[in-house]
Design a protein around this ligand. Structure first.
Ligand code: GLT
Ligand code: MN
Ligand code: MN
Length: 388
């Protein structure tokens, strides 16, 4: 058994905004002092992370002068080098400033839409400067409180137009970005467009450069809506569109909690890790979460270490599940194959349709096959609980 020291092969990353979170919430002031980008790199280096991601304004404050921004970049570059960190992903803050109070790419105001595209182009330049190859789009303000405010069909068209423009910008600049869209149903807007990962999977084929666009699903965002996150990720994987993933945790149906990965719904976390490992997901595993508001920076390190450790422990448990003889026997029992019928239903042809219509099925016999799922689930739980 490994000691679960963070393994670089998992590409564990954190955003500047995650470990740098100061504990401010809608009801209360910060509980931790702000730390610099250099200090964040040192903290992540000490914990064994692989990389760090940023929004344009996490790194460079929106009103920074050229000199200030050069000084920050220098500090960041040194922090990355000293700690052996890379920057796999960058993104744009299109939600914090009052100008985006009614959306960025989907704003009703053409000037604001243009400004949002310009801000993203500059943020893409910044990301590329640090080697980012994945560009995330989280449309936190792209939505409404009342549908009287915006035409939801126009919103889709406006969003597509912005993305098509930015894809071409990336291509023209030779940045080699892959775009990853991140869905969320609500918070901070009453209703956010593209509410679930599946919404983006449906949008992508309609984009000009569909090949360079994929998704960045986040555990908490689908759990807030009461959905099965593992199934959303499976759909993305199957479509070869899982470009990035935001790992955290969340009690179902609550406000956006951004808890440490695996800390609320361990069973879902297990099946998620198993899915990612079984399908050899090779992108960054980004922890988009933050430490409890009560934590000091010593405890923030525990948060970061715990996130990576939980992932690796669950990866080992997934391996154990795959190697468990009784589980494998049960899987063989429940997966019934029939070479003849599988051949017929594999692809439609007039002959196959005729053959299928001529086949008789014994419903009672089919229904009587054993499905010992209680046993299978209990064995799974015993692996998770650590006694198997
Ligand atoms: C913000 C949000 C996250 C997104 C980030 C990317 S910012 O913290 O809650 O889910 O991934 O813009
Ligand atoms: Mn989130
Ligand atoms: Mn996220």
């Amino acid at each position: 058994m490994s000691d679960f020291t963070p393994d670089k092969k998992y590409k564990f990353t954190f955003g500047l905004w995650t470990v740098g979170n100061t504990g401010r919430d809608p009801f209360g002031l910060p509980t931790r002092p702000q730390i610099s980008v250099g200090q964040i790199c040192d903290l992540l280096g000490e914990c064994g992370a692989y990389g760090v991601n940023f929004h344009d304004n996490d790194l460079i404050p929106i009103d920074a002068t050229v000199q200030q921004s050069e000084a920050i970049k220098k500090e960041f570059r040194k922090g990355l080098k000293d700690n052996g960190l890379v920057v796999p992903m960058a993104t744009t803050n299109l939600f914090g400033e009052p100008v985006f109070k009614d959306g960025a790419f989907t704003s009703n105001n053409a000037k604001i839409r243009a400004y949002a595209i310009q801000k993203t182009m500059r943020a893409m330049d910044l990301g590329a400067e640090f080697g980012a190859k994945i560009y995330v789009f989280w449309g936190g303000r792209e939505g409404v409180e009342t549908d009287a405010a915006k035409n939801p069909v126009d919103a889709v068209k406006r969003f597509r137009e912005a993305i098509d423009f930015l894809c071409d910008y990336s291509i023209e600049q030779k940045y080699g970005y892959k775009f990853a869209f991140e869905a969320k149903p609500n918070e901070p807007r009453g209703h956010i467009y593209f509410a679930v990962t599946g919404s983006y999977l449906a949008l992508i084929p309609t984009l000009k450069h569909a090949d360079m666009c994929g998704v960045n699903p986040e555990v908490a965002h689908e759990h807030m809506a009461g959905l099965n996150f593992v199934h959303q990720v499976a759909a993305a994987l199957e479509a070869k569109k899982l470009f990035h993933i935001d790992l955290n945790d969340q009690e179902f149906g609550r406000y956006d909690q951004d808890f440490r990965f695996g800390s609320a719904n361990l069973k879902h976390a297990f099946f998620l890790v198993k899915l990612l490992e079984d399908y050899k997901y090779n992108g960054p595993r980004h922890f988009d979460a933050h430490a409890y508001r009560q934590s000091d920076y010593q405890d923030v390190k525990e948060f970061a270490r715990g996130s990576m450790r939980t992932y690796q422990i669950l990866a080992e448990k997934a391996k154990r599940w795959n190697e468990d003889k009784e589980i494998q026997q049960l899987l063989r029992e429940i997966n019934v194959s029939d070479v003849h019928l599988q051949k017929i239903t594999k692809e439609f042809s007039k002959t196959n349709a005729k053959k299928l219509l001529e086949t008789s099925f014994n419903r009672d016999e089919l229904a009587s096959a054993r499905l010992p799922y209680e046993r299978l689930d209990q064995l799974t739980m015993e692996i998770i609980m650590g006694i198997r």
